[in-house]
Design a protein around this ligand. Structure first.
Ligand code: DGL
Length: 271
């Protein structure tokens, strides 16, 4: 017998369209779950904001997802918010609902792959400065060499719809040519916007470097946690996801359509 708790939606948030790469993986791995997505487009990019500000925005979004939709789990589909606000959110919601970040499943994936020896990390300024990937990777695999590079232009560029064109290629080459990344055998896309330029990145390395994004591992982690907590929805649902943004842009509308088709509930909301 299904409980009311199991029927509740999953709350997912990011600063903008990046989290849609995670959301899409979630809807593939968990097709019977309803999702409430929040893109904080009015405050995008998070990557150049202070930790305090990102914590404030993240807390506000989570309150909205809980108060209005009674979400049964929260997925922080943003590396920057995961780096800045995960511990705070997890502690605040302890015993209430599970909170999943995008960093731990990625670290798990990387440390368990014995073929990886020198890992590159690209991310926003706030994520790189937090040192969270560097610290977690070293703790789990001291033998692993890593090289971290902040790539602050990438997320705003992608949010603006610039990918797979000359501009995105030029910006990307400028970053990936950096000597900091010399000799890497793998590259962590430590920003959920970056899977949208994954093909370009793989092409830059002529497919000789393993490019890893977090979408699937995060969705699998969520499946595992929902199962463990007895929160899986077992009743088949039709697509009734809701998408909220703090500022409605054409790019966001287009991006959601690309991922979810025409029949989407997209709304601007002030929180
Ligand atoms: N997508 C977000 C991340 O994973 C951040 C982009 C931004 O707002 O700077 O870090």
């Amino acid at each position: 017998m299904q409980s009311a708790r199991q029927e509740r939606p999953i709350g997912v948030f990011d600063s903008g369209i990046g989290g849609l790469t995670v959301a899409q993986a979630i809807t593939r791995v968990l097709p019977d779950e309803q999702m409430i997505y929040f893109g904080d487009t009015a405050h995008m990019p998070y990557g150049d904001k202070s930790v305090e500000l990102i914590q404030k925005y993240s807390t506000r979004i989570v309150r909205f997802l809980l108060d209005k939709y009674h979400c049964k789990a929260i997925v922080i589909a943003c590396n920057t918010a995961s780096a800045a606000a995960y511990v705070e959110l997890r502690d605040a919601l302890k015993g209430e609902i599970p909170v999943i970040n995008v960093i731990d499943p990625m670290v798990e994936r990387v440390v368990s792959d014995a073929n990886l020896h020198h890992v590159g990390i690209i991310a926003t300024l706030t994520t790189i400065r937090s040192g969270v990937y560097q610290e977690k990777l070293t703790r789990r695999r001291p033998d692993l060499k890593y090289s971290a590079l902040a790539t602050p232009l990438l997320a705003p560029m992608i949010e603006e719809g610039f990918f797979e064109n000359n501009i995105s290629n030029a910006v990307l080459h400028e970053y990936l040519d950096s000597e900091i990344l010399d000799g890497i055998d793998s590259l962590i896309l430590a920003c959920t916007h970056y899977p949208l330029i994954k093909k370009e990145i793989e092409a830059f390395y002529s497919h000789q470097v393993t490019v890893i994004d977090s979408a699937l591992v995060v969705a699998e982690k969520l499946l595992h946690i929902l199962k463990k907590e007895g929160l899986l929805n077992s009743i088949q649902q039709k697509n009734n996801h809701h998408f909220f943004v703090s500022d409605l842009s054409d790019h966001f509308r287009k991006a959601v359509k690309i991922f979810y088709g025409d029949e989407i509930n997209l709304e601007k909301v002030t929180i």
